[in-house]
Design a protein around this ligand. Structure first.
Ligand code: F6P
Length: 543
């Protein structure tokens, strides 16, 4: 991959000039002056209707951003990404979550070997295992079918599975799903307190099998299990997903029960691998395969579509526009579906662990902003919580509005109310409310001029708040796969343009090392050298 500081490109300089010109332009006027604006900035692809016109851009902005992508050699980078070049250079690994959904006829080589046959073999194992558990043919140690599945993992080994399982709850079968992630003992004990070991299956997911949280939770669960069940029955109730087969065996898991994954799949992009076993157990393998198929379709779209019509490229460029020119600090993701409750948290790991970097691909400290802060909650709940700040606060917060044309239970009355809010919010954020409108409204309510003068400024909405509207036909496993892959590729494009490595996460290591050291101090009941704040806190905790 090329190492290009984006701020040294011609396009960047032109974007800076252009920004100076349109910074204060109101989108209200942009719409007024161009009857075709909505069409010009809408991308229709498969069951996705994505309207980007409520963003603070003109056609010139788009052209310049496309020029930036070109100067940063995005096209070459996409090719390196999909063909398995070791683009994760700090760990010397390819980044190939896309190979997991490429299909059996693909050929993708890692270190000279086509990985697809291996990927397909593991998929067949996921399929057979899921069918056996769901169908009740594979049973617990007393011969009863499984009723409960507990996924134990953290970060990418938890967020992907739990987010998709909850998002696709409508498609779920009879199995009760549980997810234990936090090393907080209350999480594991609260979860297992009502479980019956006879009918519970534990899926331990850890790419490295060295993660303290997961190993502690797995050990606690194993101890709990062995309180009532003989050790030789462990193999019927414990399976694992990992790259570290030795460590899994050492933990006491039968090698037959290990689902492998590969170092070329990053944790936060791993739900498409056996890390998604819990998803397949919850919604059945056919639905899991549809999820993968949706992602594959988005991969194809991303690889083959001109950048002007390319969803991940366009959405990534918008983020760069706001982050680097408007200096927006964060972005909100607002799904208008309660099922997508966990989608913003999932994106927080995917986006912030990937692009939260301050050193460029040359190893130099960057002198421009990189990763955005992501947050969000489903609408309409979020409207009654933090929308006030988006509408009338001092910060610019571009927001993605994700909605579906159809609801899953088909309750039209509810869905129309939900979607009326979805459309109304983006309209309100765009147009705001002028002082003239406020005054007219107050007059019609018979307010005195004195009263109007006193309160109207509080009621004015500036508007001009950018939103992107993603309207999808229906929440299905396939559309969910497309949506997740859309954001995955958006992350990639941003990393390329910011000239950072998106696929390592060294930043989370320091805290882990220090926690291990502090744990030793707890065991010895002795506080070593620390800064005085930490030292005092540790002494107080131990006292
Ligand atoms: O938080 C760091 C991290 O390495 C994530 O990237 C990863 O998803 C998580 O920890 C869990 O790691 P593992 O699957 O190896 O237990």
């Amino acid at each position: 991959m090329k190492n290009i500081n984006p701020t040294t490109t011609k396009a960047w300089k032109e974007l800076e000039d252009h920004f100076g010109k349109i910074e204060n332009e109101h989108m209200r006027d942009m719409f007024k002056n161009d009857a075709d604006r909505a069409e010009k900035f809408t991308i229709k692809w498969e069951d996705f209707y994505v309207d980007l016109s409520k963003n603070r851009i003109t056609e010139d902005t788009r052209d310049l951003l496309l020029k930036l992508a070109e100067e940063c050699k995005l096209e070459e980078a996409i090719n390196s990404y999909f063909t398995g070049e070791a683009i994760n250079q700090t760990e010397n690994r390819p980044v190939l979550h896309t190979a997991l959904r490429a299909g059996k006829d693909a050929e993708i080589k890692v270190r000279g070997e086509n990985v697809i046959p291996e990927v397909e073999e593991v998929k067949t194992r996921i399929k057979n295992f899921s069918n056996e558990i769901i169908g009740g043919n594979r049973k617990g140690y007393t011969g009863k079918p499984f009723t409960d599945i507990v996924n134990i993992g953290i970060g990418g080994s938890d967020l992907g599975p739990v987010m998709v399982t909850e998002s696709l709850e409508f498609y779920k079968n009879h199995l009760n799903m549980h997810f234990i992630s936090n090393v907080d003992g209350d999480h594991v004990h609260e979860t297992i307190k009502n479980l019956n070991p006879e009918t519970t299956l534990f899926v331990i997911v850890s790419k490295t099998f060295t993660t303290m949280e997961t190993l502690s939770n797995a050990s606690t669960v194993r101890e709990w299990f062995l309180k009532s069940v003989p050790e030789e029955e462990v193999s019927k109730h414990f399976v694992a997903v990992s790259t570290n087969l030795e460590k899994v065996e050492a933990f006491g898991i039968d090698p037959k029960n290990i689902f492998p994954m590969w170092d070329w799949v990053g944790g936060r992009f791993s739900l498409w691998s056996a890390v998604g076993l819990s998803i397949s157990l919850a919604i059945g393998y056919e639905n899991f395969a549809s999820l993968l198929e949706g992602a594959r379709k988005m991969d194809d779209h991303f690889k083959t579509t001109a950048f002007k019509e390319n969803l991940p490229v366009q959405m990534a460029l918008l983020t760069i526009w706001y982050n680097n020119f408007f200096k927006a600090e964060s972005e909100a993701v607002i799904p208008y579906s309660q099922y997508l409750d966990k989608f913003p948290s999932y994106l927080q790991q995917a986006i912030m662990e990937s692009n939260g970097k301050s050193v460029d691909r040359n190893g130099e400290k960057v002198d421009y902003e990189t990763g955005t802060i992501i947050w969000g909650e489903p609408g309409t709940n979020s409207q009654h919580a933090f929308f006030q700040l988006i509408h009338q606060g001092t910060k610019l917060i571009p927001a993605d509005f994700i909605g579906f044309k159809e609801s899953l239970f088909g309750d039209k009355g509810h869905h129309d109310k939900l979607m009326a809010n979805y459309f109304a919010q983006t309209e309100a954020l765009l147009n705001g409310k002028t002082s003239e409108k406020v005054e007219l409204e107050l007059k019609s309510k018979k307010f005195s001029q004195e009263e109007i003068d006193r309160i109207s400024s509080f009621k004015v909405f500036e508007g001009n708040k950018p939103t992107s509207t993603l309207l999808v036909d229906k929440l299905t496993p396939e559309s969910m796969g497309k949506l997740i892959a859309l954001y995955e590729h958006k992350i990639f494009v941003q990393g390329i343009i910011w000239n950072i490595f998106s696929y390592d996460q060294w930043g989370v290591e320091l805290g882990k090392q220090l926690a291990t050291k502090i744990l030793m101090e707890f065991a010895n009941r002795n506080v070593d050298e620390h800064d005085s704040s930490t030292g005092n806190l540790l002494k107080y905790y131990l006292s």
